[in-house]
Design a protein around this ligand. Structure first.
Ligand SMILES: C[S@@+](CC[C@H](N)C(=O)[O-])C[C@H]1O[C@@H](n2cnc3c(N)ncnc32)[C@H](O)[C@@H]1O
Ligand code: SF4
Ligand code: SF4
Length: 387
């Protein structure tokens, strides 16, 4: 049952200016990581001189194909017109201006988040075997009302000129009222990550639907009969003109099905984002260890992209190279501002918690796509950043 919190809403960051917010958030989230792991490298942004600026701008430009690949809602087999449409869509609503604002800060040597995530709901209709969210879920509900979310959005993501917010949970489609507020407040800047069990409605943004294998494997992970219902919902939404990407988290139960998933879904969904299971406990049997099996899986995905459909898989080659091993010690977790279901800041990342006592994800075995994608793709990070 969803309980709505009646108290007037106040969060400490409501009173912070944009500069204070960036500084306090980056300190908080980096400080948490420094305590957590000896190997953590807090990437320092290098302030660039005029000459270096020319060099780094060149490096950023050479990385443009990876950035373009990440453009939202790009069609399955994009024509030049599709690229232009997607770019035009991206430039609308001052998003390009905000991106330049962020880029300028980075080149001045100031870290500030570029993306956000919000767990808008404290319940879920499924109990998937691999799910991090159930690990730290607080039993007390106290969800925010749509208007309280509007206040949170205005004082967090909008204040920080965030480029895109992932709306997640629990299952976000259980709170369509809140999704509507996000869609209104952050036009074309939201992605809703859903288990696909509910019909999708039009929003100013796009959907990622989680698929965790071919039918039998998916149902083993996500519950009986879930696959057929999700597939039907995606087909109906796509049939009515909607655009959907899928998201698959590879673990020891499902990694062997990935190529079949690619073949089955590349006719149905626009794109797929692939990530690896991140453990919260030692010896988690779902974690696919670094080494042969993991490498072969990555090779098979890259082979599919090379020989069958170069547009379907969103992840770049550079991101897959990172995901073969431990990249988490240099995770740019400060680039994403994650809020929990009460609008509190989570650490160390969107899989974490606002509570200090919560179980933490194991960064040295992390497989999350958004953060490894940022490390690999936003700019040639190893060259533009130093320690
Ligand atoms: C927590 S779910 C919330 C949104 C929605 N309920 C869904 O299932 O898509 C967000 C995504 O995180 C993935 N996920 C869950 N546990 C994970 C873990 N331990 N490591 C990596 N990804 C995980 C899920 O498969 C899903 O794609
Ligand atoms: S549907 Fe999403 S939030 Fe719910 S249990 Fe599955 S992965 Fe977790
Ligand atoms: S995204 Fe992964 S590496 Fe980064 S803070 Fe979270 S668990 Fe650690």
């Amino acid at each position: 049952m969803t309980l709505l919190s009646p108290e007037p809403l106040q969060r400490e960051y409501f009173d912070w200016s944009e500069e204070e917010f960036a500084q306090k958030f980056v300190e908080k989230i980096s400080g948490g990581r420094l305590k957590q792991s000896d190997t953590y490298v807090d990437l320092k942004i290098k302030k660039t001189s005029s000459l270096q600026k020319v060099k780094t701008t060149y490096q950023d430009l050479t990385n443009l194909p990876n950035l373009v690949k990440m453009l939202p809602a790009l069609a399955k087999d994009p024509t030049p017109a599709d690229y232009l449409r997607s770019l035009n869509n991206f430039l609308r609503d001052n998003r390009a201006g905000d991106l330049m604002h962020w880029y300028g800060k980075m080149r001045e040597g100031t870290k500030t988040p570029l993306f956000g995530s919000a767990d808008i709901v404290n319940v879920c209709n499924l109990k998937c075997v691999h799910c991090y969210w159930w690990t730290n879920r607080e039993a007390t509900a106290g969800e925010l009302t749509p208007e309280q979310w509007r206040t949170v959005i205005q004082n967090s993501f909008k204040k920080m000129k965030i480029a895109n917010v992932t709306v997640v949970g629990g299952e976000p489609m259980l709170r369509k009222d809140v999704i509507k507020v996000f869609s209104d407040e952050l036009k074309n800047r939201i992605s809703v990550v859903t288990n696909g069990m509910f019909p999708m409605m039009d929003i100013n943004g796009f959907y990622f639907v989680s698929i965790d294998g071919t039918e039998e494997t998916h149902n083993r992970i996500r519950g009986p009969n879930t696959y057929a219902r999700i597939k039907k919902n995606v087909q109906e939404f796509v049939g009515s003109g909607g655009s959907v990407a899928i998201n698959m988290t590879l673990n020891t139960l499902n990694y062997k099905t990935i190529v079949d998933v690619l073949h089955e879904w590349d006719d149905i969904a626009g794109r797929i984002s692939i990530q690896f299971h991140t453990p919260f406990i030692d010896n988690d049997p779902l974690w696919l260890p670094f080494g042969d099996e993991r490498n072969k899986t990555i090779d098979s995905i890259m082979e599919f992209s090379r020989t069958e459909n170069k547009h379907f898989v969103i992840n770049s080659k550079e991101q897959f190279e990172l995901m073969r091993g431990n990249w988490g010690y240099k995770c740019p977790n400060w680039m994403i501002l994650p809020l929990d279901y009460k609008g509190n800041i989570k650490t160390p990342c969107c899989m974490g918690s606002a509570s200090e006592n919560a179980l933490q994800p194991h960064c040295d075995k992390c497989g999350l796509a958004p953060y490894s994608g940022l490390l690999a793709s936003m700019f040639p990070i190893e060259k533009a950043m130093t320690n």
